[in-house]
Design a protein around this ligand. Sequence first.
Ligand code: 13P
Length: 650
Amino acid sequence: MEKLTIRDVDIKDKKVIMRVDFNVPIKDGKITDDTRLIGALPTIKYAIEQESIVILLSHLGRPKGEPKPEFSLKPVAERLSELLGKEVKFVPYLYGPEVDKAVNDAKPGDIILLENTRFDKGETKNDPELAKKWADLADLHVNDAFGTAHRAHASNVGIAQYIPSVAGFLMEKEIKFLSKAALNPEKPYVVVLGGAKVSDKIGVITNLLEKADKILIGGAMMFTFLKALGKNIGSSLVEEDKLDLAKDLIKRSEEKGVEIVLPVDAICAQKIELGVEKRIYNLDEGVPEGWMGLDIGPESVKLFKEKLSGAKTIAWNGPMGVFEIDDFSTGTKEIALAIAEETTKGAISVVGGGDSAAAVTKFGIKDKFSHVSTGGGASLEFLEGKELPGISSITNKKKIRRLILAGNWKMNKTPTEAIQFSSVLLNGFVGVKEYDIIVAPPFVSIPGVYEILRDSNIKIAAQNMYYEDSGAFTGEISWKMLKEIGVEYVILGHSERRHIFGETDDLINKKVLKALEVGITPILCVGERLEEREEGLTFAVVETQIRKGVKGVEDIEKVIIAYEPVWAIGTGKVATPKQAQEVHRFIRELLSEMYSKESVEKVRILYGGSVKPHNFFSLIIQPDIDGGLVGGASLKESFLELGNIISRVV
Ligand code: 13P
């Protein structure tokens, strides 16, 4: 699923809260390796160039939910200032008055770094209250911390419940390349795995058996496989309890036609130390007792190179030997160079895992690969085919629920004008399939409009409907009449009906139930008045309208809800995307108390109130906003422009 990136949204003059990975090694208050800071610079620089206010969030180490001075991000702020040549204001808190003041005082282009997110217990528990505190500081969340993508924490995942989360450049690159390796690799696809333990790589191997053509296994984990095949491995590291598993993986690889390639020789020693005696043992003949394999041997390097040759995609995770010690680093270096060589010939190469990344850095060849992942655990889980919560939470370019563009014409346009405008819409929306288009003309115009639109993708809504089938109800219209003239949707409980014509929640509820009974989709409108918002009653008002409005409804997914704050209707005062999202979220949570999560996830909640082309995009990218119920802007060609805006996210 393609994700929105920082490039897709307008961040000028916006407050952006950016989750970065500043988990850098610090010794005596000094940063010993600033690679991660450098990695985050492009996104930060872009955001300040776009004149947004940047609030940075990161964890550092494992302070276990309490402030500990040795885990403070203060040294990071200093180093980052140097790297950017610009002040980074460090606020030694995570929320509260100091943070609010710093954010309020900040000007476009300013950068603020808050304290270590893990100083609060809520971070690793993905506490919604903590996430909301951070969301309240900003308009948008930028997620550039791939290293924590396999964790569902408040600062990367929780926060995305409240404001849209978009990928930063680093995250975008990680997703792009890891997807190439893990999801749709170009073939031949060769995977090189190393590291100490088979147990760390079971998930990866299992997943790769479905995708890879060859899996080359080095590192200490090779000995578990070799022993499983009955070879003598001397005193090499082995996971005795994983021998059956290794056998099973070999068997499954044969069934799947995936070639598992094991080393044929190993560089062995009696101690893991620099300068000790080394011997090369052929692995068919075996390693004598007292000797252990610490690197793959020259024949294995040759074999692996042959197997890598001609690959179109290469994923590498885990060193071939104890590369930290120069005596046992040759295998890792040779394989790294071989992968780099294939890259120059056009292969996509992705290096993942902390150790392999450290190895290519040590050898000074980091830039010779298509991509070196910044995430150890995260890249491994990606290769395992797992869904990473820190990626899932980033707003999709395409929305999960089908979006709706609905135009409420209210008491506008005569039947003739309605017909003329319908032709404009018919041509303007021709071929659109990706979202639902609905227009709600006045009753008397519906037949004419239906004549024009009946075979099109534009559906018709009525602006009201009585709940009785027929009878002495002067001035009312029944479902039977509406159905006969092509009506498929009905707007119910619009604030103008509530406040000008005195409709009550009970009456609206009867209409909702009737509409559902007869197969017309109700669009139930809710929303607070200005005085109610000012008195802090927004949620209470909306809750009552929803609870009473859907009373007795069984299939909630058949109802469309429209949140239309009365103070925003026809006034030009649009709710901010954040204000709207907050209420939409609230509505979805409220419905979740009454219905299954599964059905509530399907309910479409529209926003209405001064929707215009200039404000629509930032509204529809909100996680819980599923389209617009538009008044004024639906009467003109601007309605077509709104459609074009929807096309960008569906
Ligand atoms: P405006 O878009 O004109 O504010 O009207 C919103 C509305 O009430 C749609 O039902």
